[in-house]
Design a binder for this molecule. Structure first.
Ligand code: ZN
Ligand code: ZN
Length: 156
């Protein structure tokens, strides 16, 4: 289990499960949300994210897929916490790695939307990289692919 929080500490959360995959996303949207060069997003099960203190605010924009994208953040300090992309099944959230209290072991499995990459950001050759999005079979571990199918087959 990992703990997370926003910068001001109003929001406290727990992440009780492992991510299925971790994206480093260089798209313009992720740059705006994080105020940085790219977002590192943990694709996690929504049930594994427990906000134990504080209430998140959200803002809905249109995601790159054309479907709504809800951005959740601390209403006091504005720290990015997670996103819900309506293009993805509702059982999942995309947790920003920076909200974890210890993010030292976070390692992206893939870099995506490199077409929007800031020029000074270099990506190591040892991580798969895509100009846009990718097909999950190219990146996800067998275990994560199985887990994904299992989650989707469960009655909600
Ligand atoms: Zn805050
Ligand atoms: Zn992005």
């Amino acid at each position: 289990m990992k703990t997370g929080s926003c910068l001001c500490g109003q929001i406290q959360l727990k992440l009780t499960g492992e991510p299925l995959v971790t994206h480093a996303c260089h798209c313009v949207e992720c740059q705006k949300i994080t105020g940085s060069a790219y977002g590192v997003n943990l694709w996690v099960e929504a049930k594994d994210v427990e906000v134990s203190q504080g209430e998140l605010k959200s803002f809905t924009t249109q995601g790159g897929s054309g479907q709504p994208h809800d951005v959740h953040f601390c209403g006091d300090c504005g720290s990015a916490i997670y996103s819900r992309y309506h293009a993805a099944p509702p059982q999942f959230l995309f947790l920003r790695s920076g909200c974890l209290d210890d993010s030292s072991d976070i390692r992206p499995d893939v870099h995506i939307f490199l077409k929007d990459r800031q020029d000074g950001v270099k990506v190591g050759e040892d991580t798969p990289q895509y100009e846009g999005y990718y097909h999950f079979k190219e990146v996800w571990s067998e275990a994560s692919q199985m887990r994904f199918k299992q989650i989707l087959s469960q009655p909600s």
